[in-house]
Design a binder for this molecule. Structure first.
Ligand code: CA
Length: 234
């Protein structure tokens, strides 16, 4: 008997753990096994991607810093392929990546290392209960399409490659198309909430976006509203 008290019966629940730190991976596997979960381990990003593609899992635990292919790459490729297995990402608090980025690439939840095993277990149960989510809607602003699930952007038939930060900013603007979005909101959305660097960094990304989504198409859909923020229009 399992005293879970969460309404989740672990029988048949299958978890993939993608973690290159062998000791941590094995500790997780042993702990989750004791809860009655079946656990497979992968030790690099490509192996993890392959396993997640070949086998159905109820939830995936994915480390960000992995050899072969990092966690964001694994997550983005799974989502691009239409795989919506609930996914919890393990991020490093002081790492070069942040939590916003984990969610932007299609993770359902994240935990910063070092994490509490009890918290991890609770989060995994919640994800299993929730099941695979629906694919989020593709946003259209005129003929500009922003696909938050696949991290894809296109104008007409032309695919536009964006960096994760550019995508996060464009996504924020597209969700509020026609409205003026303050610079502070873009900063909060695309960077850590504790970001205290130069807010001019937003302008740099806005310029980069214009060079990609507007200029090659002879448009001016992304405008600066002096003293107020930025606006994306059809
Ligand atoms: Ca790692």
């Amino acid at each position: 008997m399992f005293a879970l008290g969460t309404g989740v019966h672990p029988d048949g629940v299958r978890i993939l753990v993608v973690e290159d730190e062998h000791r941590l991976a094995e500790l997780l596997r042993d702990g989750l096994n004791r809860e009655g979960f079946a656990v497979d381990l992968a030790h690099d990003g490509l192996e993890g991607l392959w396993m997640a593609t070949e086998q159905p899992y109820d939830v995936i635990v994915l480390d960000v810093m992995l050899p072969g292919l990092h966690g964001y790459g694994v997550c983005a490729r799974l989502r691009e392929a239409g795989n919506w297995t609930p996914l919890l990402m393990l991020t490093a608090k002081d790492g070069e990546y942040d939590e916003a980025e984990a969610l932007d690439t299609g993770a359902d939840d994240y935990l910063s290392k070092p994490f509490s095993y009890v918290v991890l277990l609770a989060r995994l149960r919640a994800l299993v209960r929730r099941g695979a989510r629906e694919r989020p809607a593709v946003l259209a602003v005129g003929d500009l399409r922003v696909d938050p699930a696949g991290l894809r952007c296109s104008r007409g038939d032309v695919r536009i490659p964006l960096t994760p930060k550019e995508f996060a900013i464009l996504h924020c603007l597209a969700r509020r198309a026609g409205e003026v979005v303050p610079k502070s909101e873009l900063l909060a959305r695309a960077w850590d909430f504790a970001f205290d660097g130069d807010s001019n960094v937003v302008e740099v990304y806005i310029s980069a976006l214009r060079r990609k989504i507007d200029r090659p198409f002879g448009r001016t859909t992304l405008t600066t509203v002096r003293g107020a923020g930025y606006r994306l229009e059809a």
